[in-house]
Write a protein that binds this ligand. Structure first.
Ligand code: NAD
Length: 423
């Protein structure tokens, strides 16, 4: 099943639960516009390569399309469609006036020189320039796209339209119109949601044990914030493998060690919290073992489809927090729900990133910039309100939090459709 088929299943489940108007359901199941481009790039050796890319504009009833651009060899149209639809739902769950879109280019950026990467980015933007803009569609970073790439996008778009247009993209470096706090916003938003859940469900700080799959931007920052908030991070992994330590790890040391030793799996001895002379307290684990570790909270911060019907039964965590997009398949969702595992769903838990992107748009429009404290405090208000709205719908419809988050979002979109007098 493709990732977009997973999304459609999730929309159908929410639509059935809330008895949604079938026309609204159909509209949400079809992206409004799909752009497919072939991007010619002159390589450093003089050869020409054509890269395939997409910009999918899923829905703009609540505001301009909004969503990142992914550079990855496994990008395909269905993945970008799914990610775009999730953006529509996500912006609406947190109640910000934006729609949903996503971009993707089939490329392994690690194989390109900096010059080739810049030429690819600028050409991709030239090909989609007519369809994007600060009030139309505002891209942002996603997997393998950086603040530097966002700066090239702002520059290329500004050249095309003949005026400085920083607001065409978010996730820019702070010195070039970016928002303070954007780099940590996704993890921070997820931690705010987890804190609310923990508070309401008697999970004691100092005793709540967390395991993190994916020690990149979202997962690595989450580990630091969690330890600052009194959680114990037992283990973490990256694409090469992971470690689990009986007494927990120090995330700052793990980040430093990962850079030096390439993978967290090589960092056991360096990061164990309590060094035990007689006993090695850290062990190397593979991806499967990490996911199945006994813990209170499992954080998924790597890729799609990590918990499926094949392994859902073996998950031992009480709570799963999704910082990645789409890491649990619909079949696995059902298995986890029946087992009593609570899933804090991606469309709520990782919405901190797009929320601070929205703050960046506001700051660019005003040309006034906020302090990090102001950003974090505004983010907290939005995340806590969204959590309360989702929780209320979960109670009202007696359904899992993911379905409740969809219902929260879709009700708001339906309202907008009524306001504008139809489709
Ligand atoms: P990233 O590239 O910085 O980090 C991903 C990490 O996952 C890397 O450490 C990588 O080695 C690891 N990984 C890859 N395959 C793995 C596997 N099989 N097992 C364990 N680890 C594996 O990317 P990121 O920005 O942290 O994004 C991670 C996820 O979060 C993606 O799904 C992304 O769409 C989602 N997300 C990110 C943001 C954001 O602001 N960064 C916002 C919303 C959603």
């Amino acid at each position: 099943m493709s990732l977009f088929e997973n999304t459609l299943k999730q929309i159908e489940l929410a639509a059935d639960t809330m008895k949604l108007d079938r026309d609204v359901e159909e509209v949400l199941k079809h992206p409004q516009r799909e752009i497919h481009v072939n991007i010619p790039v002159k390589m450093d050796d003089g050869s020409l390569r054509i890269f395939e890319g997409f910009r999918i504009q899923h829905n703009n009833y609540c505001g301009p399309y909004k969503g990142g651009i992914r550079f990855h060899p496994q990008v395909d149209k269905a993945e970008v469609q799914a990610l775009a639809a999730w953006m529509t739902i996500k912006t609406s769950v947190v109640g910000i006036p934006l729609g949903g879109g996503k971009g993707g280019v089939i490329v392994n950026p690690k194989e390109l020189s900096e010059g080739e990467l810049e030429r690819l980015t600028r050409k991709y933007i030239e090909l989609i320039a007519l369809a994007i803009g600060p009030e139309t569609d505002v891209p942002a970073p996603d997997v393998n796209t950086t603040p530097q790439i966002m700066s090239w996008i702002a520059d290329e778009y500004s050249k095309i339209v003949g005026k400085k247009s920083l607001g065409v993209v978010t996730g820019k470096p702070v010195e070039n119109g970016g928002s303070r706090g954007r780099g940590s916003a996704t993890a921070q938003g997820g931690v705010f949601v987890l804190n609310e859940y923990a508070k309401e469900n008697g999970m004691e700080h100092g005793e709540t044990k967390v395991v993190i799959q994916g020690f990149g931007n979202a997962g690595g920052v989450a580990a630091k914030l969690l330890v600052e908030n009194g959680y114990v991070v037992l283990g973490a992994s990256d694409s090469q493998g992971g470690i689990v330590c009986t007494h927990g790890i120090d995330p700052n040391e793990l980040l430093t060690c990962k850079i030096e030793k390439e993978s967290v799996k090589n960092c056991g001895l360096h990061v164990e919290k309590i060094h035990n002379q007689d006993e090695m307290t850290c062990k190397m684990v593979n991806n499967e073992e990490l996911l199945e570790t006994e813990c209170d909270v499992l954080i998924l911060a790597a890729l799609e489809n990590q918990i499926t019907a094949g392994n859902a039964d073996r998950i031992k965590a009480k709570v799963v927090l999704e910082l990645a997009n789409g890491p649990i398949s619909p079949e696995a969702d059902e298995i986890l729900y029946k087992k009593g595992v609570v899933v804090l769903p991606d469309i709520l838990a990782n919405a901190g990133g797009v929320t601070v992107s929205y703050f960046e748009m506001l700051q660019n429009a005003d040309d006034k910039y906020w302090s990090k404290e102001e950003v974090i405090s505004k983010l907290k208000n939005i995340m806590v309100d969204a959590w309360n709205d989702v929780k209320e719908n979960a109670k009202k419809y007696d359904c899992p939090l993911r379905v409740a988050a969809y219902i929260t979002a879709i009700s708001r979109i339906e309202e907008k459709i009524k306001e504008r007098g139809g489709f």
